[in-house]
Write a protein that binds this ligand. Structure first.
Ligand SMILES: [Zn+2]
Length: 317
């Protein structure tokens, strides 16, 4: 890979994910410039694989062109597109519009990092379509829109590189969410923005790569080094109920094929539940049963106190 063909910003902000030193970028690999480290990272499909194997669930050799850990067949993709969905994100589009406006009010040419860009997040087109915003996409696969294969536990970027970081439906899939949020904090410029969406009431998805759920306040606490601009539910109790119903049915499945059949039956019979979420994500008790929550915040030098945190509880318990 020639350095001229890379995203123009990348060469100036990429660092070694193992030690943080400057990387020497060559045609087929990146090499750490620190003598004590000397780590090497291949470039495949013109995508640098900047993984610190010591801290990651993934090995560098997991990333080979044509081999994708989360590959779905064309038939499954088609089926997924055709059947009505059980999920509905009622806030993402509005939240991304807000993030977009905040970003451009802070910087004429903001740089935004997306962690886990693989399946483009709901509503993110607002940012992607704006030529004034530079987007750096990272993920743990070689997807076609991925600039760098990187693990959120060790972001391969210099401190204070980005105006915003996005982690949409990502933090439930990382082994140590606290460490990933520390990394987000590190790579954000002073006053930089974060946008995260993370599930609360959702069953297992992405199989073995699913570890954690957060309540609204648990999610807020995860970002206690950030000041809050807005937080709430992005997916509500209707979606949570639809998922619970689908997973209840699938619990009876005797094999994988039958499981898929039951899932599609659930989609056809329960898709309508999600429409209640336009209303239920705003009710005090609805937040107690939400499928997922979001946090839009700003890097801060102050830490949210736990006593102030519990005062944020909006419910009636
Ligand atoms: Zn290094």
């Amino acid at each position: 890979m020639l350095i001229e063909r890379m995203h123009p910003i990348l060469a100036s902000i990429m660092v070694c994910p193992c030690c943080g030193a400057v990387l020497k970028i060559e045609t087929e690999k990146c090499s750490c410039s620190r003598d004590a480290c000397k780590a090497q990272f291949p470039i495949r499909n013109e995508q640098p694989i900047l993984i610190n194997e010591k801290n990651s669930l993934f090995d560098i050799d997991d990333f080979q062109p044509g081999k994708d850990a989360f590959h779905r067949s064309k038939f499954m993709k088609l089926l997924a597109a055709a059947a009505p969905r059980l999920g509905l994100n009622v806030k993402a589009a509005e939240n991304y519009r807000k993030l977009h406006d905040l970003l451009l009010s802070q910087n004429e040419r903001p740089i935004c990092l997306v962690i886990g860009c693989g399946e483009a997040g709901k509503g993110i087109q607002e940012l992607v379509n704006d030529p004034h915003i530079d987007i750096i996409n990272t993920d743990v696969n070689l997807g076609e829109n991925v600039h760098i294969v990187a693990d959120g536990h060790d972001l391969p970027f210099k401190n204070e590189s980005f105006d915003a970081v996005i982690a949409q439906a990502v933090l439930e899939h990382v082994a140590e969410p606290n460490r990933v949020v520390q990394e987000i904090y590190r790579v954000l410029k002073s006053g930089g923005l974060v946008y995260a969406e993370t599930p609360f009431m959702q069953q297992i998805h992405m199989g073995a790569y699913d570890f954690t759920r957060f309540t609204l306040l648990g999610h807020r606490r995860l970002f206690r080094h950030f000041s809050s601009i807005e937080l709430g539910a992005c997916c509500g109790p209707g979606m949570a109920l639809a998922w619970a119903y689908a997973y209840f049915l699938m619990s009876f499945a005797p094999n994988k094929k039958f499981r898929k059949l039951l899932f599609n039956f659930a989609r056809v019979t329960a898709f309508w539940l999600k429409y209640f979420d336009y209303f239920l994500t705003h009710t005090p008790c609805g937040l107690d049963a939400a499928s997922g929550c979001y946090f839009l915040g700003r890097k801060s030098s102050e830490i949210l106190d736990d006593r102030d945190l519990i005062a944020l509880y909006p419910g009636w318990q």
